[in-house]
Design a binder for this molecule. Sequence first.
Ligand code: TPP
Ligand code: SF4
Length: 282
Amino acid sequence: MKTVFRRPESLANVATHYCPGCTHGVIHRLIAEAIDELGLRERTVGIAPVGCSVLAFNYFNFDFQEAAHGRAPAVATGIKRGRPDLIVFTYQGDGDLASIGMAEIVHAANRGEKFTVVFVNNAIYGMTGGQMAPTTMPGQVTTTSPAGRDVNLVGYPIRMCELLASLRTPGFIERVAVHHPKYIARAKRAIKQAFKYQAENRCFSFVECLSTCPTNWGLSPLKACKWLEENMMPYYPVKNFKTPEEVGSNSQALATDEPRRPSAAPVREPAARNHGEASHAG
Ligand SMILES: Cc1ncc(C[n+]2csc(CCOP(=O)(O)OP(=O)(O)O)c2C)c(N)n1
Ligand code: SF4
């Protein structure tokens, strides 16, 4: 009999702790399928965040390292630079990546670290009981915004793909959604492409997955998918923002206009510094 559906080898055969209808599980499966299809399982290392996916290391059949809240990109940088032969990815929620870990992700992307980021945007802090996240929608009720997110008070939701795509450094940046099969197929392609770029030692790669949190949104799994489609998708468009081949409009302009060195500023050659010039220190 022909097998039409099976568990990817990279996905552990265990029950997860995720709530019914949570799309963390869909994203786990897509990562596992991509790693299997690219034949990377033996050299993959995931970095787990703090958040609902803090136990992600239990759900995959490859190595994992836990990171402190928001620091996954710093941990991934260390592992990838020390062992460039490994395939390293971080798995981070929006609280982890866009709030406490904002500095880590921006600087890792700006340095062009050659690891992959899977960013799970469910517009809320899931694990801690549904507080407002940097990605919470305007007017969205959370436990810390009971009257709805007031953008005059706390600003607008942060669009991470748009923000990171504005950096000059080449990279692969795409936003996808995982609440419906028609979007899941595209999400799989983007995640696989991100790992492919890494396997080819090309660039930093980042895939944002619009995801549901039925529990903290206070909706049934089905209604949560509808809410995502109607409320998140208009604000967070699913599309490719950047590939290493065409580095993005902002980056393009800088690449042609920006002088390699500001001509008016005195700059000493590194060589001169290394050859006994008098030090002004002290
Ligand atoms: C240094 C630190 N600050 C705060 C917390 C509390 N905390 C744990 S998870 C979390 C938010 C996680 O939300 P998100 O990253 O969106 O992931 P989700 O749970 O929604 O998947 C916070 C604030 C912590 N564990 N450590
Ligand atoms: S609290 Fe939300 S994000 Fe966390 S497992 Fe439950 S549904 Fe998923």
